[in-house]
Design a binder for this molecule. Structure first.
Ligand code: AHG
Ligand code: MN
Ligand code: MN
Length: 341
């Protein structure tokens, strides 16, 4: 049997090659993997334990909190407090930054994470995931304040996710290519299963909450019409929508296509959060040869002005992302022309 490459071995090699001097990054990602293994173990039998259902209360997002949202968040604070690896944690589930004072002097990095993405799938045994992003801590006056991560996504040092599906997969990039690992539950180790993942130039699926079709910019309706059965595009697409960004993204990463969550008149910035959902997945999409846009700009160029800022998200294969961007630009040009008429 060929030598099975463990995540730990791979991380050391990859970090050395693409993030020289980023030694702690390999340890940070290994610690993230350990935290996610603990989350997966709990998920696998949540129906038998005490963590099913709602925590009660509403988080900073204004969303009701599942017990597993908070459990997963706490697994991260537990695994990193005292590790000397991180100075700050930024989580979807915590309103403010979580500063690890005792670790900070030694630690050089910040972790932004969505501990449980796709929470609405939890009670129906649907796919959920954890999304993570590593950034350097600032050493200037913004150190230890939210402003220290108010940098574009190009400043991310590493990003990835764990998808808790029928398999448990970890996907990450640290400046180089994107690599996928599958958890061998008997051994308790992630092994390399998808080296050098490249996103196909185009796919044949689009992924969106179609119940919001009429609320979107007409350009999205035109894209859907063009790529549906009988549409003008070269091939008609299928609709796939899992309700967990990490799962819908993972499908597009492996077989192409596009996911989009636009803004609308009531929520012009859409629903998805930049720091721990859109930016880490945009980092992976671009590293795999795909694209990620807000419709107006590259996701990785956006500079947040808050920990929980949201952005419209169009992410996937280059063909589909640019097709939507062109329709949106045409829309804007049409509006501009009309205003000149
Ligand atoms: P989270 O569970 O972390 O709050 O994220 C849920 C997000 C994302 O995972 C998914 O793509 C989207 O919400 C689904 O939103 P709708 O239910 O509005 O379609
Ligand atoms: Mn999420
Ligand atoms: Mn979440």
């Amino acid at each position: 049997m060929d030598h099975r490459v463990t995540l730990t071995q791979h991380l050391l090699r990859e970090v050395e090659a693409h993030a020289p001097g980023g030694g702690p990054v390999a340890s940070i990602l290994a610690q993230v993997a350990t935290a996610c293994k603990e989350i997966r173990a709990e998920l696998a039998e949540v129906g038998l334990g005490s963590l099913a259902g709602m925590q009660g209360g509403v988080n900073v997002q204004g969303e009701s909190v599942h017990k597993l949202d908070w459990f997963a968040n706490e697994v991260f604070t537990k695994h990193f407090r005292g590790s000397g690896l991180l100075c700050t944690l930024i989580s979807e589930e915590m309103e403010d930054i979580y500063h690890l004072d005792e670790d900070c002097p030694r630690a050089q990095h910040v972790l932004c994470y969505d501990p449980m993405d796709g929470s609405s799938n939890l009670d129906v045994d649907g796919a959920v995931g954890t999304i993570f992003s590593v950034r350097r801590k600032s050493t200037g006056k913004t150190h230890g304040k939210p402003e220290e991560v108010f940098e574009p996504g190009t400043e991310q040092v590493a990003a990835g996710y764990v998808l808790y599906g029928p398999q448990c997969m970890l996907v990450y990039a640290v400046g180089g290519n994107v690599h996928g690992f599958t958890l061998d539950t008997a051994v308790g180790e992630f092994f390399l299963s998808h080296p050098n993942i490249r996103m196909p130039e185009h796919g044949k699926e689009f992924s969106a909450n179609m119940a919001r079709l009429d609320a979107w910019d007409p350009a999205f309706r035109e894209f859907v019409r063009n790529h549906s059965h009988g549409g003008s595009a070269a091939r008609s697409y299928s609709l796939r929508y899992i309700g967990a960004l990490v799962a819908d993204f993972h499908r597009a990463l492996l077989r192409g296509g596009v996911f989009f969550y636009p803004g609308d008149a009531n929520n012009p910035h859409g629903k998805l959060r930049l720091l721990y959902e859109a930016a880490p997945l945009a980092y992976l999409a671009e590293a795999a040869g795909g694209a990620a846009s807000s419709g107006r700009e590259r996701i990785l160029s956006i500079v947040p002005d808050g920990l929980h800022v949201r952005t419209p998200l169009i992410i996937g294969s280059r063909y589909e992302v640019s097709a939507i961007e062109s329709l949106l630009a045409g829309e804007r040009q049409g509006v501009a022309n009309a205003s000149l008429a």
